[in-house]
Ligand binder design. Structure first.
Ligand SMILES: CC(=O)SCCNC(=O)CCNC(=O)[C@H](O)C(C)(C)COP(=O)(O)OP(=O)(O)OC[C@H]1O[C@@H](n2cnc3c(N)ncnc32)[C@H](O)[C@@H]1OP(=O)(O)O
Ligand SMILES: CC(C)C(=O)C(=O)O
Length: 582
């Protein structure tokens, strides 16, 4: 055998990569004594949902007021205490929506609403005007600070950029002073937009300048939001930037360091998590990663990632499908099947070895729970399932689904969960070959009902009850058994291709006697394995029997189901015989 020594060199592409520059060449940051890799996230951050602003502004069809309101109520019910509800100066519709929340008294005392504004006096005035009457409200002021925006979008030098932030802050304070009475607890947030592309010491400088106006202190926090407006580097770079800011910002005790990752490189969640390690106190994002381009960071994933570490996310996802339904309705966008925690397929396993491992995991867990340990105390340790689907309102039924990639473990799991049959291991092996043949022939997935039909057709041949054609040569008629000392004496009636046959035989038990009776019909038959179990409790309880028999040199399994355990066993023997003769 030859083994791999070196592999052929990969081929260069003709894609014009020369136009791109490494992020760190353009935006160097030096933090050799970074602490974040050694930290742990031990509590939930403050969350701000920007579904109704950044999420909404990126929708093909922005939400109408009814949809916005539905999503707002949903966010409140899930536990969000900071919700950015829009950009009220953008349009009359946005303004009216903000006002409708006051008019309807829709904002609970513990919820702070937030609104976004550019640093333009007329826009700030209109923005603050929209806030009159809210119990708690934050104005979120932003201006872009990165060189490309200063140069291309604003045509501003650095001093003018700082001035825009400072003058905007002054205007917000003046308008709030003028328009909001004591009934509103007023907060202020500043974002140097495109923070990640801004020279780090300039980002510090502009935040410091804004604080010089706002004057944070006791009972006067400032939220400094450091957005990854367009994600352009690996998440460790964002973490370095956040740790740098967190360590160097003055008034740190009164500063809420907030992050606002986007997902352009597909690492928005990682960026948020590393930023939390790096000292961020607050995360802004959207449910299921709605938002501009590839979206804002997905707050569902960040929160449930925390949950799987035993940290209370302080957001309720106990019915994730309900949350998903509302978001899908309001945004008119679909949550894809593989979305973490919420996608249709994320608790589903098709492949054989995964199914086998999950089934074994549940068996061990069930056995441990049966000893009286509570579900909450018993560490979650199921292979391939990072979270208990029940915790987010999903069921186990969907966990295992069968197609041509599936093996005996998954099939046995479905037979147990959907049909209450605990197939013995060697029967699982035999049956999985039949299922494989079926899925190869028909393609696609096989659902629990079809699985049952394949099973019944193979093992319950005399049964027309499942909408199948009865095909077995033998059918069981009446039976009676009596004890004669240690010996069982059996009288049985069989139908051989419809013809009644009477049998009588003795054995050391009813099964033994029944096998002897069949042997007298000329079949060479020996039972190799036998098991049985009840299918359900109560007066309609049925039992299932499984027989592995050697019949005329063939090894086959038979299955019988009947209200009487003895008849279930005779039926299992007949099933094996019919199968051997099929
Ligand atoms: C990263 C983000 O998501 S930021 C939020 C983005 N969201 C939105 O823009 C949605 C709401 N916005 C709007 O509806 C409109 O932009 C409005 C109503 C606010 C303003 O509309 P208009 O006055 O027509 O301006 P327009 O949208 O074209 O904005 C561009 C102007 O604003 C300036 N501008 C952009 N951001 C800011 C800011 N934060 N502060 C001050 N001025 C700004 C630009 O430099 C440009 O100025 P110019 O016209 O002198 O070149
Ligand atoms: C306004 C800011 C926070 C923003 O939305 C962004 O930078 O993505």
């Amino acid at each position: 055998m030859k083994t791999t020594g070196s592999v052929p060199a990969q081929q260069s592409t003709a894609m014009p990569r020369g136009k791109y520059r490494p992020f760190l060449d353009v935006n160097p940051i030096s933090l050799p004594d970074r602490q974040w890799p050694n930290n742990r996230i031990v509590k939930a951050p403050r969350w701000l949902s920007t579904d109704l602003r950044d999420g909404n502004q990126a929708l093909v069809e922005p939400m109408d007021p009814a949809r916005k309101r539905k999503l707002f109520d949903q966010l409140v019910n899930m536990g969000f205490q900071e919700i950015e509800i829009g950009f009220p100066a953008a349009s009359q519709t946005d303004f009216d929506f903000v006002r409708s929340l006051v008019d309807d008294d829709a904002v609970p005392e513990n919820v702070t609403i937030s609104v976004l504004t550019q640093s333009r006096p007329e826009i700030i005035e209109r923005t603050v005007e929209s806030l009159v009457g809210f119990p708690r409200a934050t104005v979120h002021l932003y201006n872009a600070t990165a060189p490309v925006f200063r140069d291309i979008v604003f045509g501003n030098n650095w001093e003018q950029t700082v001035d825009l932030a400072v003058s905007g802050t002054r205007e917000v304070m003046a308008q709030a002073e003028k328009r909001l009475g004591d009934e509103t607890i007023f907060g202020f947030e500043y974002s140097p937009e495109v923070f990640i592309d801004t020279e780090i010491d300039r980002a510090l400088e502009i935040c410091d300048a804004v604080m010089g106006i706002w004057q944070p202190g006791d009972d006067r926090e400032i939220i400094l939001n450091l957005p990854g407006t367009i994600e352009r580097a690996t998440p460790n770079v964002y973490a370095d930037q956040i740790e740098y800011m967190s360590r160097h910002l003055p008034h740190r005790d009164h500063v809420v360091v907030s992050v606002h990752p986007h997902n352009d490189r597909g690492t928005g969640v990682a960026a948020a998590e590393l930023a939390l390690l790096a000292g961020a106190d607050r995360v802004e994002g959207c449910l299921f990663g709605q938002g501009e381009r590839t979206g804002n960071v997905d707050l569902v994933t960040v929160a449930l990632n925390l949950y799987t570490q035993g940290v209370d996310p302080q957001l309720d996802f106990s019915d994730i499908d309900q949350v998903r339904g509302v978001v899908e309705y309001c945004t008119q966008m679909k949550v894809p099947e593989r979305t973490p925690y919420a996608g249709d397929l994320v608790y589903t396993s098709f492949s054989g070895s995964h199914q086998d491992a999950i089934k074994k995991g549940f068996a061990v867990r069930d056995a441990q729970l049966a000893k009286g340990i509570s579900d909450n105390e018993l560490a979650w340790n199921i292979p391939y399932l990072p979270i208990d689907p029940h915790d987010v309102g999903r069921t186990y039924e969907a966990v295992v689904r069968v197609n041509s990639q599936s093996g005996k473990g998954g099939i046995a799991y479905l037979m147990s969960n959907a049909h209450s049959l605990e197939l013995p291991r060697r029967l699982q092996v035999e049956f999985s070959r039949l299922v494989q043949r079926y899925t190869d022939a028909h393609g696609g997935e096989i659902d629990a009902d079809t699985l049952w039909k394949v099973f019944a057709d193979a093992y319950l041949p005399a049964s027309a009850a499942h909408g199948l054609e009865p095909w077995g040569r033998f059918q069981l008629g009446s039976t009676s058994v009596r004890a004669d000392g240690d010996v069982a004496v059996l009288e049985a009636e069989l139908f051989d291709r419809g013809q009644r046959v009477k049998l009588q035989a003795k054995g050391n038990g009813p099964v033994d006697a029944f096998v002897h009776a069949l042997t007298e019909l000329g079949f060479d038959m020996a039972v190799r394995d036998y098991s049985e179990h009840a299918l359900s409790r109560g007066k309609d309880a049925e039992a299932a029997s499984y027989i592995e028999a050697e019949i005329d040199g063939q090894i086959v399994w038979g299955v019988g189901i009947d209200a009487s355990i003895a008849r279930a066993t005779y039926k299992a023997v007949i099933s094996a015989l019919n199968r051997a003769l099929r």
